[in-house]
Write a protein that binds this ligand. Structure first.
Ligand SMILES: Nc1ncnc2c1ncn2[C@@H]1O[C@H](COP(=O)(O)OP(=O)(O)OP(=O)(O)O)[C@@H](O)[C@H]1O
Ligand SMILES: [Mg+2]
Ligand SMILES: [Zn+2]
Length: 500
């Protein structure tokens, strides 16, 4: 028999099997028992918390021939057919796979046909936020006046992407993250009935790692089981997950301390692609920065959360690369971000911008007395742009410094993005700003309207003139050529030392 992934084998088949989500489950059992269901439901909540599972149980309960107290029997022909996916009146549509246009169109036609096999036709539309606008509109028309015997259950991980017109026509249920304790209990139950001996601390690591999603918890255990067999210790979990986490975090902080924002972005990219959650990364970095700060303050007396003896060498080196004030600022920033990410599932850009800001905070050599910096850097006269006859290269650098300074006053994240580029030159009304190839993220973010506007305003305030801005990659030979020529026209021969 083919091996069935644990999370599939352990899909809850009855309301009573669902872990957590008590309010939702109770509401449905009562509504079904009392025949008070409505025609459209919207389930929202994090991945792997039971949305699809509950939708299927609802579909079964509505069609079960022996439903009792709102629970399906799982034995009658309807229940069995639904479990096997053979029941004509329960239709699952995955909006993610084809964005649903054809299905929704078809649905509009078919929805008027009476149920063939059962009581109620149930349409389960998964990942509904992925529907195109056209499909949403078609869906809206359908759920506005559905026939008696039809029920829609829409499910999404991204509630904020669902049009208000849809939300207002549905009864909504918020699925919650499953608690650590509930996940641990479930993992132990699944382990036991599969003959897996797993230690308590191993279970705890998996539960923590899965961040409230039961599917993730089960599939992590599955992975470890398939590598390590039926006896699983903490070390096995760490090894298999490559609890690269610690190492990852140390490297990430290292890159931050080195002000290498391109590397930071690449590391985030990789981690997110590997399925790490934004909030998890934010939280882990809070813990790391907190450990680093306490270690810098108290040395061996510090009560460290994540770091152990073997990390202290790393912490020793890292604490010398910054000061406590900056660390504290960085820590605050990440705490804020971790907090905010709790309410905006998977917001990648928020995390990236936060890390850019932290990079900025840690690299800023001018944080100490803000007011003095202002006096030293701000006056236009000092840079020689308007006054005197400084060398042209100096003029360019002076101007760039002023631009950065002005932008920073307006918005720190924009400054963080801009500061990784360099001013190549100005030709007529166009200013050329170059980025090295690895800085694709920075360049693309700067090209976005909001950041571009801040830069344009800053420039206008400094040179009193509107400028078009072009962002280019410096390695791009062709561009280099043009820009070098342009730079020469403006600043003279000595400008052509383009960085590699
Ligand atoms: N509340 C839960 N109770 C019991 N098992 C659960 C629960 N949530 C998730 N699981 C486990 O995870 C698997 C996937 O759950 P399900 O498909 O219902 O999640 P989902 O919320 O629809 O996730 P997604 O948003 O990724 O579609 C189930 O087969 C089951 O093994
Ligand atoms: Mg689902
Ligand atoms: Zn039944």
């Amino acid at each position: 028999m083919a091996y069935l992934a644990l999370y599939r084998a352990w899909r809850p088949q009855k309301f009573q099997d669902v872990v957590g989500q008590e309010q939702t489950v109770t509401a449905f059992k009562n509504a079904i028992a009392q025949g008070r269901t409505v025609h459209a439901y919207l389930f929202s909540g994090p991945r792997g918390t039971g949305k699809t599972s509950v939708a299927k149980i609802v579909a079964k309960a509505l069609n079960c021939l022996n439903v009792s107290g709102g629970e399906p029997c799982n034995e009658c022909s309807s229940c069995l057919d639904i479990n096997r996916g053979n029941f004509m009146d329960v239709v699952e549509i995955d909006a993610a796979s084809n964005r649903g246009i054809d299905e929704i169109r078809e649905l509009r036609e078919k929805v008027r046909i009476m149920p063939a096999q059962g009581n109620k036709k149930v349409y389960i539309i998964d990942e509904v936020h992925m529907l195109t606008t056209e499909a949403f509109n078609a869906l809206l028309k359908t759920i506005e006046e559905p026939p008696e015997s039809v029920i829609f259950i829409l499910a999404t991980t991204e509630m904020q992407k669902i049009p208000a017109t849809i939300v207002s026509r549905c009864q909504t249920y918020q699925f919650r993250r499953i608690t650590m304790a509930e996940i641990i209990t479930r993992l132990e139950q699944v382990a036991e009935s599969n003959g897996i001996h797993i230690s308590q601390d191993a279970v705890a690591i998996i539960a923590r790692r899965s961040n409230g999603g039961l599917r993730d918890a089960l599939s992590i255990m599955d992975q470890i089981y398939s590598y390590k067999g039926t006896v699983i210790q903490k070390e096995d979990v760490i090894e298999v997950l490559g609890l690269v986490d610690d190492i990852f975090m140390a490297d990430l902080i290292e890159a931050l301390l080195a002000h290498d924002s391109a590397r930071v972005m690449n590391m985030l990219d990789t981690a997110l692609d590997q399925g790490k959650e934004t909030q998890q990364i934010a939280r882990e970095s809070v813990i790391y920065l907190r450990d680093l700060l306490l270690y810098a303050l108290l040395g061996n007396k510090a009560d460290l959360i994540a770091a152990n003896q073997s990390h202290k060498d790393v912490l020793d080196k890292q604490k010398g690369k910054t000061n406590q004030e900056k660390m504290l600022m960085a820590l605050r920033k990440m705490m804020d971000t971790a907090d905010r990410l709790r309410f905006s599932e998977g917001n990648r850009v928020q995390l990236e911008i936060a890390f850019l800001e932290v990079c900025e905070i840690l690299s800023d050599n001018t944080t100490e007395p803000q007011s003095e910096v202002r006096l030293r850097e701000a006056p236009v006269e000092d840079s020689g742009v308007k006054k005197g006859r400084p060398k042209k290269t100096e003029a360019r650098e002076g101007l760039w410094k002023q631009i950065l300074y002005k932008v920073k006053e307006k918005r720190i994240p924009t400054h963080a993005l801009l500061s990784q580029g360099s001013l190549l030159g100005i030709k007529e009304n166009t200013m050329f700003i170059g980025y090295k190839k690895g800085y694709k993220f920075h360049k693309e973010r700067m090209e976005e309207q909001a950041n571009r506007e801040i830069l344009e305003t800053a420039i206008k305030e400094i040179i009193n003139q509107e400028m078009e801005i072009q962002f280019i990659f410096m390695e791009d030979e062709q561009y280099n050529d043009i820009v070098v020529k342009k730079a020469i026209e403006i600043f003279g021969e000595e400008v052509i030392e383009l960085k590699d």
